[in-house]
Design a protein around this ligand. Structure first.
Ligand code: ADP
Ligand code: MG
Length: 399
């Protein structure tokens, strides 16, 4: 799955349309609270401007309605931050529409080594509709297409799919971030050193069924936590109190437990509350949970079992928190698992963290530097755990 990367094309004097993932979180005042996605795109961006390419950056941000500009979703803060990160070299920004007259003029005025950020693609509903007419306008801007937006790789939106289709015959390459994500995730899963342990949590079984199905034949064990554990536990006859359960997935869960034999590990004790709130009374339950109590985190006995399984592993993939980690004390399970993964990595294991909330958790615990790879794509990394490829990536040239 190695793709041609941006450094393998001559960009000097040529216009490069680069799809990045500048979908950064903003606070109420519109200030960026985490610029990781912009920083991680810098190597690809620098590769173009330092070699005299004329760079046109496109991205979405948030979920605007798709019916024209909405100031709250402007990419201006991202363009400003990019300018700062590039050391104050002027990054231009088109405050207008990404395909309008102002955009066309700004593209035409680009000099060698300059960068331009176009306004949010999703101000047009055509972006999400993978619209050919919209794609034709964007693709007319450039001689080269580069995709560095791993976080959006699983979406067949115009800038990811119709645009590279429209640019057939021109160079269509991967950026370094996309390449790194694809390599890490595919290598880790395809060529895992054993024992190979998957840690899966989060809210819904339905979100992660595909990943469990794909991983079950590859891994030595799957450690289950988070709310989705309660659908599994209920399906195996346990009392789960007021814990979140997906009733329509009980059969799937039971089938998977039957198929997986003892590969699937479930929590055997639970840190419960009345509600997922900081001030809730708490109680510890072993095995069955009483009525009126919600499982909000894995308990200490489970933490110990999971720690040991992780400690023995040579390959670890983690997607989905073990509990409501946003609300202490229900962060303990997630934190302990994160610490165990960091420690195992220190002992030579390969570890990959995917999932938006899991990535946020490991960042919040200050452990992101102590694991092998933290993915920038929640949905995209999950799709890789499901063993599915991306149409957007298939359109890029092979190395
Ligand atoms: P990721 O983004 O890493 O894939 P998910 O989106 O699937 O993870 O799930 C993350 C959310 O799951 C978090 O907001 C967390 O509070 C919630 N969660 C985890 N465990 C529980 C639980 N036992 N009960 C309710 N919510 C939970
Ligand atoms: Mg999530």
């Amino acid at each position: 799955m190695a793709k041609k990367t941006i450094d393998q094309v001559d960009v000097a004097g040529r216009r490069v349309l680069m799809r990045v993932d500048f979908n950064v979180p903003l606070d109420e005042k519109g200030a960026i609270t985490d610029d990781r996605r912009i920083r991680l795109a810098l190597p690809t961006i620098r590769s173009v401007i330092e070699r005299g390419g004329r760079l046109i950056l496109i991205s979405h941000l948030g979920r605007p309605k798709g019916a024209g500009p909405e100031p709250a979703f402007s990419l201006r803060p991202a363009a400003d931050r990019l300018g700062e990160l590039l050391g104050g070299t002027g990054v231009r920004f088109v405050a207008d529409d990404c395909i309008g007259e102002a955009a066309r003029q700004a593209v035409a005025a680009l000099a060698d080594g300059e960068a331009l950020v176009l306004e949010n693609l999703r101000f047009h509903k055509a972006e999400k509709e993978n619209d050919e007419g919209f794609a034709a306008k964007l693709s007319a801007f450039a001689d080269i297409y580069c995709n560095d937006a791993f976080g959006t790789a699983h979406r067949n939106h115009a800038s990811m799919h119709a645009v590279p289709l429209a640019m057939a015959g021109k160079p269509r390459v991967a950026g370094f971030l996309l390449q790194k994500e694809l390599q890490y995730l595919s290598e880790t899963i395809e060529h895992a050193r054993r024992p190979f342990v998957a840690v899966l949590g989060g809210v819904k079984v339905s979100d992660k069924l595909g990943a469990i199905e794909n991983l079950i034949g590859r891994v030595d064990s799957i450690l289950i936590g988070g709310a989705m554990a309660y659908t599994f536990l209920k399906s195996s006859g346990r009392a789960v109190g007021a814990s979140l359960v997906e009733e329509d997935r009980l059969e799937d869960a039971a089938r998977m437990l039957a198929e997986a034999g003892d590969k699937i590990l479930l929590p055997t004790d639970h840190h419960c509350g009345r509600k997922p709130e900081a001030a809730t009374p708490t109680k510890h339950f072993k095995d069955d949970i009483e009525d009126g109590w919600m499982g909000l985190d894995i308990g200490p006995e489970t933490i110990e079992r999971y720690r040991q399984a992780i400690g023995d592993a040579k390959t670890i993939v983690w997607n989905g928190p073990m509990g409501v980690f946003e609300i202490p004390p229900f962060d303990t399970g997630t934190r302990s698992v994160a610490e165990a993964i960091a420690a195992a990595t220190g002992q030579g294991a390969t570890s990959v963290i995917g999932g938006g909330d899991s990535a946020a958790a490991i960042e919040a615990f200050g452990l992101a530097e102590q694991v092998s790879h933290v993915s920038t794509g929640g949905g995209a990394s999950l799709q890789m755990l499901e063993g599915r490829s991306f149409d957007s990536v298939d359109l890029l040239e092979e190395a």
